[in-house]
Design a protein around this ligand. Structure first.
Ligand code: 0RA
Length: 632
């Protein structure tokens, strides 16, 4: 890091006209994202001071007039005359593009991604910018309007402290909106606080009716981040935390294994999130897999006949943060969210494999737990593959032989065909009798059997109900999945309005979300909406889907309470009623399932099926109130 970073180290490039002409080039966009980018830009400068070891605290204020101020206790931007511009360094930094002092050789500098464009860009895109510098015993002030100097730099007093305060008023002529979102700012600052060990970041919102404040300080840095991410997960190992420099790359890693099936890995370069990953992540994954395989072989945890762990195996259940600081980052990819520097891959690989191997040797119990978890992932992967192959083979072998329980429709045209997945044999019977045989197929599913299953793909596919469903749909699954082969354009989940029904619905949605997501995205999955009540008066009959609806009918038609029937399940309806209320395309209501619905189901499913009890209990307690008719 730089110690004597004098004014002359700043490379002067060009003025700010291009920024106002093409703001998108510098901050990505002029929508709310671009607007918030102004804050990140200024805060990044303060974070740089913190990373260099000179700043402990950053205070961000959203002022009542909508302006933003960022105050730090860093060294303060130099106020002496800049040799190349003849004006002060602070004015140079604010008015000259790429004059952050963070470029040109000199210091070890790590700022900036695509948008590490400097505070001058913020100045250019603000109607007013005010900078206060406290440094060398003096307090100095300078202001700008739309990037142009307004009041020249002057000393306005004395000060015993050091620091920089930048306040800016975003230009409403440039941005589509100038309304900052407290939660967006808070989230980003929290993340930055994790990434910069020991920094205290304070956020205050002084706008009317928005009294809100947040403060972040994480002693453990990214170790705390991992702890936070795993808060309600069942963990397998301690939090591993490695930090060091390797081949001129600063590498920091924190990781912990959990009982989850998914991986949860975030990567950063120079404190900027790389959502598309890149070479740092590749280096990490390669080292992780290689080191784990070597350790497992050396210690007899993988036998000679066993295949090696794959990247997917070693990442299962892993929560990790990988962060690097690189002098000249190259960002690639669609959203410039992918690190391209190939030397970083080697550096991270070398650094991590050495430290991780050491850790495994020194902590044999932890090592065993981690390797065993990975071995489980490997076995599950192999089992899933053979189960999937078996289903595909069964489908292929049996050709047109559809499952015996399926009451297929006469039509072979997927456009008009519908497949009803019905809970239970008795409802299945009613549905078979009540349906339109030409276009509606019925597949009864036995809920109790499904319910006891775990979430592993191999277990799911070993289940006959699920196998029948896959074969009935015609699409196959996994690598051979083909959406074109779908035999029904509407797949309708028809379950009871009780807890069991909700379970089965959740499980089916999870299956669709994980293995047939394309069908969800293309809008093929629906949920039937059977009525909750039947009301009658003489020969007249009404159905109600909700309690308010029922109340309304009762009031309008003066219905006695013994003429109100609450359906406990689909099985209580006779075939005609089921047809009329739930299946007849001209009168029924179907809810189309969105990817978000399915994703939510997947999350609920994991909570319900997960091995850890507290989150499950918490979930059931929170949602019990919403379950009207706990029928367990
Ligand atoms: C240029 C040089 C030095 C510090 C800074 C800029 C600086 C910029 C910002 C922006 C917000 N807070 C900031 N703090 C510092 C190094 C100064 C030195 O060598 O003393």
């Amino acid at each position: 890091m730089t110690d004597n970073y004098g004014a002359s180290n700043i490379q002067v490039l060009e003025g700010l006209d291009p920024v106002r002409k093409r703001p998108g080039m510098y901050i990505g966009s002029t929508d709310t994202r671009g607007l918030h980018h102004l804050i990140w830009e200024v805060v990044d400068n303060s974070i740089d001071e913190a990373m260099a070891g000179y700043c402990q605290s950053i205070v961000i204020k959203i002022h009542a007039d909508g302006s933003i101020s960022v105050a730090d206790d860093g060294r303060g931007i130099p106020v002496e005359k800049h040799p190349q511009t003849g004006i002060s360094t602070v004015e140079t930094v604010l008015t000259v593009l790429h004059a952050g002092g963070k470029f040109g050789g000199g210091g070890y500098k790590v700022s900036g991604g695509l948008h590490g464009v400097g505070v001058s860009v913020v100045n250019a895109l603000s109607t007013k910018t005010e900078v206060t510098v406290e440094r060398d015993g003096g307090k100095h002030f300078v202001s700008f309007e739309r990037g142009e100097p307004a009041e020249p730099l002057k000393q306005i007093g004395d000060s015993k402290r050091n620091g920089t305060t930048v306040q800016f008023w975003p230009d409403g002529d440039i941005f589509e909106t100038t309304d900052f979102d407290f939660n967006v700012v808070k989230k980003r600052l929290r993340q930055q606080a994790y990434l910069t060990k020991g920094i205290t970041i304070t956020l205050m919102d002084e706008r009317e009716g928005k009294e809100n404040a947040a403060q972040f300080y994480f002693e453990g840095g990214i170790g705390s981040y991992v702890h936070h991410l795993n808060e309600d997960k069942d963990t397998i190992s301690k939090i591993l935390h490695f930090e060091g420099e390797q081949d001129e790359v600063m590498v920091e890693l924190a990781m912990q294994y959990t009982q989850e099936f998914r991986e949860n890995i975030y990567s950063f370069t120079n404190n900027i999130q790389t959502t598309e990953g890149g070479t740092h992540l590749t280096g990490f994954t390669m080292a992780l897999t290689r080191t784990m395989n070597k350790y497992a072989r050396d210690n007899g945890l993988l036998k000679e006949k066993d295949p090696n762990f794959t990247n997917d195996d070693v990442k299962e259940g892993l929560t990790a943060i990988v962060t690097v600081k690189v002098a000249e980052p190259q960002f690639e990819g669609q959203t410039k969210g992918k690190l391209g520097n190939s030397e970083v891959r080697t550096a991270v690989d070398r650094f991590f494999s050495q430290r991780f191997a050491e850790y495994l040797l020194e902590n044999p119990n932890e090592a065993k737990a981690i390797v065993n978890k990975t071995a489980l992932a490997l076995r599950a992967r192999l089992a899933a593959r053979s189960a999937r192959d078996a289903v595909v083979r069964k489908g292929a072998l049996e050709g047109l032989t559809l499952p015996g329980k399926l009451a297929d429709c006469a039509s072979k045209d997927p456009d008009v065909s519908e497949l009803f997945l019905v809970e239970g044999d008795s409802a299945g019977g009613s549905a078979k009798q009540g349906r339109d045989r030409h276009t509606q197929a019925i597949l009864p599913l036995r809920g109790k059997i499904l319910n006891t299953e775990q979430s592993r793909l191999d277990r799911m596919l070993a289940n006959n109900e699920i196998k029948s469903l896959v074969i009935a749909m015609g699409t196959a699954i996994g690598e051979t999945f083909d959406a074109e082969k779908l035999r029904y354009k509407k797949i309708v989940i028809m379950t009871d309005a009780d807890v069991d029904g909700a379970h089965i619905r959740t499980l089916l949605l999870t299956l669709f979300f994980r293995h047939f997501r394309e069908l969800v995205m293309n809008g093929h999955i629906f949920i039937a909406q059977p009525p909750l009540y039947k009301l009658s008066k003489g020969k007249q009959i009404w159905y109600a889907m909700t309690d308010p609806e029922k109340e309304k009918i009762v009031a309008e038609h003066d219905i006695k309470s013994d003429n109100i029937q609450r359906y406990k399940g689909l099985g209580e309806m006779n075939p005609d009623q089921l047809w009329e209320t739930t299946m007849d395309p001209s009168t029924r209501a179907l809810a189309q399932v969105s990817v978000e619905d399915a994703e939510r189901a997947d999350q609920i499913f994991r909570t319900l099926m997960g091995s850890e009890v507290p989150p499950r209990r918490k979930f059931i307690q929170t949602h019990a109130a919403n379950v009207k008719d706990l029928d367990i």
